[in-house]
Write a protein that binds this ligand. Structure first.
Ligand SMILES: [Zn+2]
Length: 149
């Protein structure tokens, strides 16, 4: 029987020719090859688990980041479209106490007096350039007559 295989030879035998050669004849080297195969399989399993865990953490972090960005984008879009601002203004407006319609007889009288004085000044002989204003005055007068006060 030849000398036992080195670790490198056992590894090469596992890769190139898993069955056959010295490994089939020598129980000691076959056990060493089996131990090495198990160690490699265990290492591969650990590496795979670590990669999966890292990927899972990375994907989880990525998902959370995307969710955060989507949420803040939705909020910004809502603010940009004025939806929230309009809703806030509407809520404040609805919450405000409603005063009744304020009518001031004094201001109505003042408006009427102003209208009359404007009419008088317009009727006092106009330059030709202001003649079209007479039609406006006539319209305002007609409107004043038909509008109940
Ligand atoms: Zn051997």
């Amino acid at each position: 029987m030849s000398a036992h295989l080195s670790d490198e030879q056992i590894a090469a035998a596992l890769v190139e020719n898993p069955a056959g050669g010295h490994l089939e004849e020598c129980t000691e080297c076959a056990q060493e090859a089996a131990r090495l195969r198990d160690a490699i399989a265990g290492y591969a399993q650990e590496v795979g688990d670590a990669v999966n865990a890292r990927d899972a953490r990375a994907w989880s972090a990525e998902r959370q980041d995307v969710r955060r960005r989507v949420r803040s984008r939705r909020l910004r879009a809502a603010l940009a479209s004025g939806g929230l601002a309009a809703a806030a203004v509407l809520a404040v407006w609805l919450a405000l106490p409603r005063p009744g319609p304020v009518t001031s007889p004094a201001s109505a009288d003042l408006d009427h007096e102003l209208l009359i004085s404007v009419e008088r000044s317009l009727n006092r002989g106009l330059p030709a350039a202001l003649e079209p204003a007479q039609f406006l005055v006539a319209d305002v007068r007609a409107a004043a007559r038909t509008t109940p006060q």
